[in-house]
Design a protein around this ligand. Sequence first.
Ligand code: RNT
Ligand code: ZN
Length: 420
Amino acid sequence: MKSNSVEKAYQLAKERYAALGVDTERALKAAAKIPVSMHCWQGDDVGGFEHGGGTLGDGLAVTGNYPGKARTPQELRADFDQASALIPGTRRLNLHASYAELDGKKVDRDALGAEQFKGWIAWAKQRGIGLDFNPTYFSHPLVKGGCTLSHQDKAIRQFWIEHGIRSREIGAAIGKALGKTCLTNLWIPDGMKDTPADRRAPRARLAESLDAIYVKRIDPKLNVDAVEPKLFGLGSESYVVGSHEFYLSYAVSRNKLLTLDAGHYHPTEGIADKISSVLQFMPEIALHVSRGVRWDSDHVVTLTDELQAIAQEIVWGGYTDRVRIGLDYFDASINRVAAWVIGTRNMGKALLLALVAPIDRLKAAEREGDYTTRLALLEEAKTLPFGAVWDYYCMQQEVPVAEAWVAEVKRYEKTVLSKR
Ligand code: RNT
Ligand code: ZN
């Protein structure tokens, strides 16, 4: 698309929005500042690099075998750079402990330190992007019977407690090195496929293990901790130790962040409505923006009503500095770089859409009890010339406008990915 036609369309759109009291210039500036943490694991099907890539399991599964997946940290970083060049706005990268660079040494998860992430840290520093971190409680022989921190064997729990402690220290080192607070998010697969006889004891053990992980105080400027609930999963259909109520209570009582994953609830239960509820009682939360489809919690993020509702709650609620937005999905059936670009651009679109909504008018109508106008405006807003604003935003951010990025990914596939 020619830049002057993008510009022209934007000027018309700007006038149209202004008639509704919306300042698109302000919206564009605000959109560019909201960080979105991209998950490293879309680039290699959640494989990691510990021993040349793990076999995924323990509650997670990736389907598809599209060629060209990243096999080394260097390839993954190159793919992320390629994706990055096609996405407007501010990004972070979310790492898992299993993406450690062990340099041929045997370092188990209970012995990891910042040393194993220095390659990632240097790379992020060079680009001025922040890193987030996750302990990896899956794809490891000590996940026994699907359990980690809640396991009945004390030695197994201890191994995983140590991993949690190490992960927070790595998070702090990342925060210090980059001058940007790292979010260390904890998710474990622990649960049961079939009806448990004892729901209580594993939860008591999990609470105790978590307390042991969080004993050490870490400067919240360097690292903040989050816990991520799930209602059910693969192999934990009947019981998940770290349920929503478990972690909600844990986070409130221990001053931790709660991570709401959009794919972790019942199929018709969204996370958007939870945001302003939990933020009444905790200073910050984290999101794993994902898209659940039937039993899978991790499809590529598309511009659904649910995604728009999430962005609206963040923006309309004035919560942009209290919600750490991260993505979490994995699709190996399409080009992985494209999967990153599609999901992250959609997150950006949803945020910008929320920013250009005539929210002042909507709120005024609501205050006056004029629900007719509220509904009418909400519906009319759906066909405002948003595409012109989005295209202009991409142009301004020096990334491809509209579908032009697809050709870039195809070129990368041909020259780089297909050679792997
Ligand atoms: C799993 C959780 C968790 C993982 C990643 C890989 O259900 O959503 O966040 O997807 O840590
Ligand atoms: Zn998640």
